[in-house]
Write a protein that binds this ligand. Structure first.
Ligand code: ATP
Length: 294
């Protein structure tokens, strides 16, 4: 019989994920799999379980949790050439990967979706130094601000908590001197924010990387330059209208590889969690994950 491993973060979705464990297991059983459930207790458990699934020859791995958990499961699979199929049920605050794929964000609907998921699509992920990213890498003022969002604030306000912290940094308008090295060009820019997306959904906004596809082989880099007084009045709406990449204060680069360096000390945010420090080397791993979708 085919073997499936469900990797579930019981703390995700304000501790709601655990309530759906039995329903998820039934759906996978109906698909003809023998199911083992692994519950995470701390950071990186999901990566260890996913690696175990690969090494023990599992056929199918299902992640249950927020973008952080999905990142960790995929990081465990990504190290291997021969991988099981992968699906997930989103339980996070932002759920960018679910938005990009079209998985419903309500748990009941997502489980129905999982029931009907029968088509394999190989999707891209990104590599950043020795780590992997599925959705987005951010650096600069807004990325620094995400560390300021407390658990309680996140639980109470959801994605809004990030926007509030982000808005505070907009008022300060701090910029960082960055160097971007591409295969045929080097760009020096004083940047307020840099966002690198793999899919069309970035921080819950679905109209930033409008032409990003799950398997286009590219990452989509947005460099927001130093803003002047009235820029915000046009920049903020452009996030919603799909005109962000054409804004005069945004430089858009579509690339398979980029190196980012800076004299300044700054952090990154990878798929919503704290990430690598600079310098960064980013590449696309094209069609690297065997996503099972509708
Ligand atoms: N049992 C656990 N209790 C607390 N934290 C955990 C547990 N298991 C894993 N973690 C950590 O919690 C992190 C965040 O979880 P995840 O992204 O799944 O959920 P979330 O916080 O609800 O969603 P979001 O990140 O979208 O806000 C994971 O990256 C992991 O490091």
């Amino acid at each position: 019989m085919k073997q499936a491993m469900v990797i579930l973060n019981p703390s995700s979705g304000h501790e709601a994920a655990i309530d759906y464990k039995e329903d998820i297991v039934s759906v996978i059983k109906e698909k003809g799999y023998e199911v083992v459930v692994k519950e995470t207790e701390k950071k990186d458990d999901a990566t260890v379980f996913a690696e175990e699934a690969v090494n023990d020859g599992y056929d199918y791995v299902i992640g249950v949790g927020g973008d952080g958990t999905i990142n960790e499961v995929i990081a465990g699979l990504a190290r291997y050439d021969q991988q099981p199929l992968f699906s997930f049920v989103p339980f996070g605050t932002v759920n960018d990967f679910a938005r990009a794929i079209g998985i419903p964000l309500k748990p009941r609907d997502a489980i129905e979706w999982l029931k009907e998921a029968r088509t394999e699509q190989r999707v891209d992920i990104g590599k950043i130094n020795e780590r992997y990213f599925v959705n987005v890498v951010a650096l600069g003022a807004v990325a620094e601000a995400t560390y300021e969002v407390g658990v309680e604030q996140k639980t109470r306000l959801g994605p809004l908590a990030y926007y509030i912290e982000g808005a505070k940094t907009l008022a300060e308008n701090k910029v960082y001197p960055l160097t971007f090295k591409l295969s045929d060009d080097t760009i020096d820019e004083e940047a307020f924010l840099v966002v690198i997306g793999m899919t069309n959904s970035i921080a819950g906004f679905e109209k930033i990387a409008t032409d990003a596809k799950l398997d286009d082989g590219y990452m989509h880099v947005f460099i927001v330059k130093k803003l002047a007084g009235f820029d915000l009045m046009t920049l903020l709406p452009s996030v919603l209208t799909g005109e962000f990449k054409d804004h005069e204060k945004v430089r858009y680069i579509k690339t398979k590889e980029i190196q980012i360096e800076s004299m300044a000390s700054l952090h990154t945010n990878i798929d919503g969690d704290e990430g690598e420090d600079l310098p960064l080397h980013l590449t696309v791993l094209p069609k690297h994950i065997r996503l099972l979708r509708k």
